[in-house]
Design a protein around this ligand. Structure first.
Ligand code: PFF
Length: 461
């Protein structure tokens, strides 16, 4: 069969793909979410479950997604349809792409609000708001901020505009350029923060929390959160990596690029946590602070370290960039579909997708406002959640939609796509191919199913 070509363009090289996919993977998930859910779920044991999920579930699914994307060379819906029909199966597989697009909208709607926090903190840090502040003072600034819905709405809007502008410009000029310098810079800054954390006097306490597992803290819900986060942080289960794979030049090793992306992503999450927890313990703060965790601990550190004004500002700039390169990939599947099936131009498609997401985001803005009806409390699998709609969106997408999407991607790649096609596309030698196939055929779907079933057993609304 003659190889298909994408109408949306192609990456200029393998490196461009690795950078873009890493740009998608590394984002708020690593620096904002991973530390706070680790804090909420008791540390070490949670980290271990998360790492196991990345290795056993995340890596094989990432390989599958890139493989399907490059084989189909279209939006996830059209890719799934074409590949299913080609292997003699029902075109209904395209609905998997639809679930992904929906997940992308829902995730981006709240992702953009949180990215807006980072953006606001660029200015607050730069203007010296945190210089010499106490833990209480920093906490107070944060609480006031998230209750100020107008402000949140403003920053959410700025961030959505930034995202739409890049997506409009398309694969090469838009997406590629943005990531080339930002990822390495973020990495260096994180290393510096870890260096600072080493001198807080609580570095060992931080490492202890992160790496000494206490399995009594593990519940079915925390395992679900760890698994969901493996999907979220690697951008899996919704077609983002599939779309990026569709722009990948032929004969690039999918396995090798996957290892690079997953490795870099994991490293960033661990580095961020190794900076945050020592700072937290050194200041007598609690690890279960929730979504505000990094917006309280880090400004506190920046307010006291030499050069903190500069480094702090730089940090929030880079965090915003990391979020930006992820946000782009969250609407890319929808945009490619609008271009392919609705005959829209990239510009109109990006605007349409951006507007829908912006509107949805308003619900998250009010989820943090104590006076709003959208900021209700509820219990999920024995855990209390306090940020209403935001928490619902987060649990629904990260813990259910992404793993479900990943489950079907694995099932399709292993059970429905014909063997020759996947072997041809992955270009793996034995036994690597057989290991991949064994994982996606048996291990990944079983693991996801077991975690789901366990949670269903304890869920009460
Ligand atoms: N991986 C991103 C992060 O960790 O911040 C979030 C994300 C991007 C999730 C793209 C899903 C996705 F498709």
């Amino acid at each position: 069969m003659a190889a298909r070509k994408s109408i949306h363009g192609e990456w200029s090289s393998r490196w461009a793909f690795v950078l873009a996919a890493t740009g998608s993977a590394v984002g708020l998930g690593n620096i904002w979410k991973f530390p706070y859910i680790t804090g909420e779920n008791g540390g070490g044991a949670f980290v271990l479950v998360y790492l196991a999920c990345v290795a056993v579930i995340g890596v094989p699914i990432m390989m599958s997604e890139i493989m399907l994307g490059r084989r189909g060379r279209q939006s996830p819906m059209n890719t799934m349809r074409v590949l299913a029909v080609e292997s003699g199966h029902s075109p209904a597989w395209q609905y998997l792409g639809w679930m992904g697009v929906l997940a992308g909208f829902l995730i981006l709607s709240y992702y953009s609000v949180i990215a807006g926090w980072a953006l606001a903190y660029v200015f607050r840090t730069g203007l010296g708001w945190f210089q010499g502040q106490t833990a209480d003072g920093v906490g107070h600034i944060f609480t006031e901020f998230i209750n100020d819905s107008e402000s949140l709405l403003f920053w959410h809007t700025v961030f959505m505009v930034m995202t739409v502008v890049v997506v409009m410009r398309g694969v090469r000029s838009g997406l590629e350029r943005a990531v080339k310098f930002l990822m390495p810079a973020l990495f260096v800054l994180l290393l510096m923060l870890v260096g600072y954390a080493m001198n807080t006097g609580a570095f060992t306490a931080g490492l202890d929390f992160l790496f000494s597992p206490d399995f009594s803290r593990i519940t079915p819900a925390s395992v679900l959160t760890a698994m969901g986060h493996a999907f979220f942080t690697l951008s899996l289960g919704m077609g983002a990596i599939m779309v990026y794979g569709s722009y990948l030049p032929r004969h690039t090793s999918i396995a090798r690029t996957t290892f690079m992306i997953a490795g870099a992503d994991t490293l960033v999450a661990l580095l961020a946590s190794m900076a945050i927890f020592p700072i937290l313990f050194a200041n007598g703060l609690e690890p279960d602070e929730g979504p505000g965790l990094i917006f309280i601990t880090l400004p506190l550190a920046f307010g006291h370290m030499p050069g903190g004004l500069l480094f702090g500002t730089l940090f929030f700039i880079l965090l915003t960039f990391a979020a930006w390169t992820s946000a782009i990939s969250l609407i890319e599947p929808a945009v490619t579909w609008l271009v392919e099936n609705r005959g829209m131009r990239r510009m109109g498609a990006s605007l349409a997708a951006g507007t829908v997401t912006w509107l949805l985001g308003v619900a998250t803005v009010f989820s943090f406002n104590e006076d709003s009806v959208l900021a209700f409390d509820f219990t999920f699998a024995g855990e209390t959640k306090t940020n209403g709609v935001f928490d619902i969106l987060d649990i629904l997408t990260a813990n259910f939609m992404l793993p479900l999407g990943g489950f079907f991607i694995a099932v399709f790649a292993a059970w429905f796509m014909n063997r020759e096609a996947s072997r041809d596309e992955l270009e793996l030698r034995e036994p690597a191919y057989d290991i991949w196939r064994f994982l996606v055929r048996y291990v990944t779907p079983t693991a996801v199913a077991i975690v789901f079933l366990n949670v269903i057993g304890v869920v009460q609304f």
